[in-house]
Design a protein around this ligand. Structure first.
Ligand code: PLP
Length: 402
């Protein structure tokens, strides 16, 4: 994405702003699907990463299904035109009523606890379901996003498979899919293949299974020299192990994944304006017209996001602490080297496609930013900036005498 396009987007739609490169999303999807050499492949885009209707429609046009973790995400998917049987519902700790709503909408249900397995078996005996297994593999660098390890709340423990078998047999449940999602930031193909072997051992126990879903966890580069999942070499290795399993079973399973971050992270840019440059006794702060309310990953996950000065890229390099305007600790980066920042310069954060806009809040009563998608060189507004009216719209004027 050219700096000029990003600057122009801010001129047209204001700051702070999320800008998405639609062509990069297409490229990511193609790279991902081309990496796997199997007969049947299905990718469900994990829409919690970035849930804008235009993004959902873009992935639908490429042939993707949708991975949804809440009934509201299911509704967003249906609204974007996805067929219900292209939507995989993979929630955690939801109510029985929410499962019922999802069933009545016709989406594929991924069960992640024994209670629900029994409940569905008794109340919806014909319903094909997926079962989410927790293989207890610790993967990824950040505790918060590693969901396969022993203490994780996700999935049914691999050690409880005998219990699953018992329930499935008794209630004659149609297990169409086995699912595993070991969490984000997996770098190592061997961990995936290890998990795969455990999953295969579960699949073998159920004749009805036709789909094997390996979730996601593909690591993308946040720093320029970061290690990331090499998708083509991973795909090659993994396809081999998958094809061997199919051959061994004499059956053609559908291989499924549900990437979020890989599809959109590097296609997103967050741009904010420098309101103030402030020297203190210890450092120089750049104060932006935004904060962790709009862009929480640095504060929440201690995530690194690469920063550039869009409007003074050739300026003399300086060391800055880049901070927001929220009235508490609100830091995007410390001791970061950036070309000299002047008042009103536009500051660019990279890798702002996944888990950025969708995690934004109204804290400090700030309206959330607009979103723009640039496709084939043309900028489209895909979410308008919120207003003070939006902030007030859910509040009810109660008849209270104060
Ligand atoms: C969040 C999530 C994903 C996507 O993970 P990424 O790391 O963004 O690719 C996939 N599957 C499930 C079940 C998830 O909850």
């Amino acid at each position: 994405m050219k700096n000029a396009s990003l600057i122009k987007a801010v001129e047209n739609f204001g700051s702070p702003l999320y800008v998405y490169d639609g062509n990069q999303m297409m490229e990511n999807y193609k790279q991902f699907t081309n990496a796997f050499k199997v007969n049947k492949l299905k990718v469900h885009y994990a829409c919690k990463a970035l849930n804008n209707q235009s993004v959902l429609k873009l992935f639908k046009s490429l042939g993707a299904g949708l991975d949804c973790v809440s009934i509201e995400e299911v509704h967003l998917g249906l609204h974007a035109g996805y067929n219900s049987d292209d939507i995989l519902f993979t929630p955690n700790n939801i109510s029985t009523e929410e499962y019922e709503q999802a069933i009545s909408l016709g989406v594929k249900i991924n069960v992640d606890n024994l209670y629900t397995l029994e409940y569905l078996g008794i109340n919806h005996p014909e319903l094909p379901i997926y079962i989410r297994i927790n293989p207890h593999l610790m993967a990824g660098g950040n505790q918060n996003i590693s969901v396969g390890h022993i203490d994780s709340k996700f999935g049914i423990s691999i050690h409880q498979v005998p219990n699953i078998e018992r329930i499935v047999k008794k209630l004659n449940i149609n297990v169409m899919g086995v699912h595993v999602h070991t969490g984000s930031d997996i770098l190592d193909a061997d961990i995936f293949i290890k998990a795969a072997e455990l999953v295969f051992s579960v699949v073998e126990k159920f004749d009805t299974v036709t789909h094997i879903d390996f979730g996601s966890g593909f690591k993308v580069a946040y720093k320029p020299d970061d290690l990331h999942t090499n998708i083509s070499s991973f795909g090659k290795k993994f396809s081999k192990s998958f094809n061997e399993f199919c051959e061994r079973q004499g059956k053609e399973y559908t291989l499924e994944f549900e990437p979020g971050k890989y599809m959109v992270s590097n296609a997103g840019y967050f741009i904010a304006k420098a309101n103030l440059i402030k020297q203190t006794t210890s450092c120089t702060f750049i104060g932006l017209d935004t904060g962790f309310n709009h862009f929480i990953r640095p504060m929440f996950y201690n995530a690194y996001h690469h920063i550039e000065n869009l409007t003074n890229p050739k300026g003399e390099k300086k060391v800055y602490n880049v901070v927001g305007y929220v009235c508490e600790t609100d830091s995007f980066a410390s001791d970061r080297i950036v070309p000299e920042v002047r008042k009103n310069d536009l500051i660019l954060f990279k890798n702002a496609g996944a888990y950025c806009s969708t995690m934004a809040s109204n804290y400090n009563s700030r309206p959330r930013p607009a979103e723009v998608m640039i496709l084939d060189g043309k900028a489209h507004l895909i979410r308008r900036r919120e207003t003070i009216e939006d902030l007030l719209s859910t509040q009810v004027e109660a008849e209270i005498e104060f």
